[in-house]
Design a protein around this ligand. Structure first.
Ligand SMILES: Nc1ncnc2c1ncn2[C@@H]1O[C@H](COP(=O)(O)OP(=O)(O)OP(=O)(O)O)[C@@H](O)[C@H]1O
Length: 270
């Protein structure tokens, strides 16, 4: 069953009077326990699509079409209502974990504030939940990690913290925008394995935005290819990798470096 249903999403951006469409008539279904990849070259509209789902586009953006989270329409929600959805029912991890972590607050403060705000937990319950999440994402010494600041973690460990933060309120949907692009290859492999395990265990419906077909091959179940704001081809990952129908998909696959095969290597806690 589709958890997040996107239909005919069109997004226009730019200053008033000079807006231009950057995403056109996009339709997607995110299903529990499955990872929907969104591939395409830089500027094709992948990030803007994810931002529209989260209601994080600039106020000048014009959005039409429908983004339905189970029974709730997200397009047109008031900022306050969208705040309730974001972080609780729909969470996001970014290429740079610093985007979702405050540099001047300890990880413990951020995690406990987050779950207290969305779930109304007591201080002690929130702390327990924070330790449980850090343990689950394999952050070393989770109790001590609570007292540390984001910059005191390695890149891989920091991404694990931001995954803990994203999943702490048990969202239905996870949007992952280039979640491993900033990390070196061995660290990437560990994060990709962790994400796969979490998706299976929590039945998350995931949108994975990446230009990296090595990451796509390692993680996605389904795949859509975007070009100039339009999905040109969609299907299962196997269909697109083994029998691409569109010339642009073939072109992307031909440009894929073999070195990325190493991403399917066994994980390392990083
Ligand atoms: N705030 C904005 N105002 C105007 N145009 C924007 C804005 N943000 C993005 N765009 C434009 O929207 C288009 C799609 O950008 P988007 O960031 O979604 O691409 P992408 O496929 O995610 O690329 P990348 O992999 O480089 O992030 C681009 O042409 C970009 O210049």
């Amino acid at each position: 069953m589709s958890v997040l249903t996107v239909r005919d999403l069109t997004i226009e951006l730019g200053p008033r009077g000079a807006r231009r469409p950057v995403v056109r008539d996009l339709s997607l279904d995110l299903t529990a326990g499955r990872i929907q990849g969104l591939a395409g070259e830089s500027g094709s509209g992948k990030t803007v699509t994810a931002m529209a789902v989260l209601g994080l586009l600039p106020t000048t953006a014009r959005v039409s079409g429908s983004v339905r989270l189970v029974d709730q329409e997200l397009v047109g929600l008031r900022p306050r209502e969208m705040n309730d959805v974001r972080g609780r029912r729909v969470a996001m991890i970014f290429q740079d974990p610093s985007s979702s972590l405050h540099p001047q607050l300890t990880v413990g403060t951020q995690l406990t504030d987050h779950v207290r705000h969305h779930l109304g937990l007591s201080k002690a319950e929130a702390r327990r939940r924070a330790v449980e999440m850090l343990t689950r994402v394999q952050v070393s010494a989770p109790e001590e990690a609570l007292g540390r600041y984001p910059h005191q973690f390695s890149g891989g460990q920091r991404q694990r913290v931001s995954i803990a933060m994203a999943l702490a309120c048990e969202p239905d949907v996870l949007l992952a925008d280039e979640p491993t692009t900033a990390l070196d290859v061995t660290v990437q492999a560990g994060i990709l394995h962790l994400l796969r395990d979490l998706v299976d265990e929590r039945r998350l419906a995931v949108l994975l935005v990446t230009h990296d077909l090595g990451v796509m091959s390692a993680l996605a179940d389904d795949m859509a290819v975007m070009r100039d704001g339009v999905i040109v081809e969609a299907g299962t990952k196997e269909q697109l990798f083994t029998a691409p129908r569109h010339a642009y998909t073939r072109q992307l696959l031909e440009a894929m470096p073999d070195a990325q095969d190493s991403l399917v290597d066994p994980p390392e806690a990083s």
